[in-house]
Design a protein around this ligand. Structure first.
Ligand SMILES: Cc1cc2nc3c(=O)[nH]c(=O)nc-3n(C[C@H](O)[C@H](O)[C@H](O)COP(=O)(O)OP(=O)(O)OC[C@H]3O[C@@H](n4cnc5c(N)ncnc54)[C@H](O)[C@@H]3O)c2cc1C
Length: 226
């Protein structure tokens, strides 16, 4: 059975390969000529199709590491947004923004510039701070704003063109509840306090609800249940 994206609009005859280790992934990349990577296959364009090798990182071991300043985290690149936000939530942290669903992988969401809403909030790729990449030569390299900066900037919204990301350093913010103001189920808007920080959503003027107030009609953006 081959691979297809979420909608079935893009398909390949080969099934995804799930390396069990980074060494295996590197070997497979090194010995193949037409390599693509995929996360959840939620993109609609033909970005992941290959008739030779389509890699998926779901079987790669890895864990999240929160930086001591709690402003960034190193995350296995293949983790879904759902898994990531659940892990961050347990640490009292969140992504500043995300799209309307959460099965997509962090790597795929960044590589496609997936976005949520909010004029002051960047897309997922703006949260990138560094990448561990397996290049076409099978070698692992790290890039960030200070190390291989051109590669880092290109990788932020790469559509999978510059290597396979196995680990991503991303900006995180203190956990917050989003405002729900346009819900028909609510008699009037509920405004809840949110966090501060460069990547955080802004506090809303006139926000009077106590920090413990919870939106009443759907789960919060960063909630594991969302
Ligand atoms: C129901 C639905 C709702 C959506 N809602 C939104 C939304 O609210 N906002 C929005 O902006 N988009 C939205 N999208 C689009 C979707 O979020 C993005 O296309 C998706 O985030 C991509 O993530 P993915 O894991 O599915 O990546 P895939 O589609 O599997 O891959 C996307 C790209 O990432 C690359 N890639 C994947 N893994 C790696 C890796 N480890 N290293 C390097 N490159 C990699 C692939 O090669 C490919 O180029 C939605 C899509 C669907 C189906």
């Amino acid at each position: 059975m081959g691979w297809s994206n979420w909608s079935g609009s893009v398909a390949s005859p080969v099934a995804t390969t799930l390396p069990q280790s980074e060494d295996e992934l590197a070997h497979r990349v090194r010995t193949a000529t037409k390599v693509r990577s995929t996360g959840a296959g939620h993109s609609f364009m033909p970005l992941c199709a290959s008739d030779e090798l389509i890699l998926n990182l779901d079987a790669l071991p890895g864990r999240i590491t929160i930086a001591p300043d709690r402003e960034t985290a190193r995350i296995p690149a293949g983790w879904s947004i759902k898994r990531l936000t659940a892990a961050l939530w347990d640490e009292g942290l969140a992504l500043a923004n995300q799209g309307d669903v959460n099965p997509q992988s962090l790597a795929g969401a960044m590589a496609t510039g997936a976005h949520g809403t909010g004029v002051d909030l960047g897309n997922l790729s703006t949260m990138a701070r560094g990448f561990r990449l397996i290049g076409a030569d099978g070698e692992a390299r790290w890039c960030d704003a200070g190390t291989d900066a051109d590669l880092f900037q290109a990788q932020r919204l790469s559509r999978g063109m510059f290597g396979i990301a196995t680990e991503i350093e991303a900006a995180v913010v203190p956990a917050f509840h989003r405002m729900v103001s346009a819900c028909a189920l609510m008699p009037r808007p509920t405004r809840v306090s949110i966090s501060s920080g460069a990547n955080s959503p802004r506090a809303l003027p006139g926000s009077a609800a106590p920090r413990s107030a919870k939106p009443r009609c759907w789960p919060t953006a960063a909630s594991p249940a969302s």
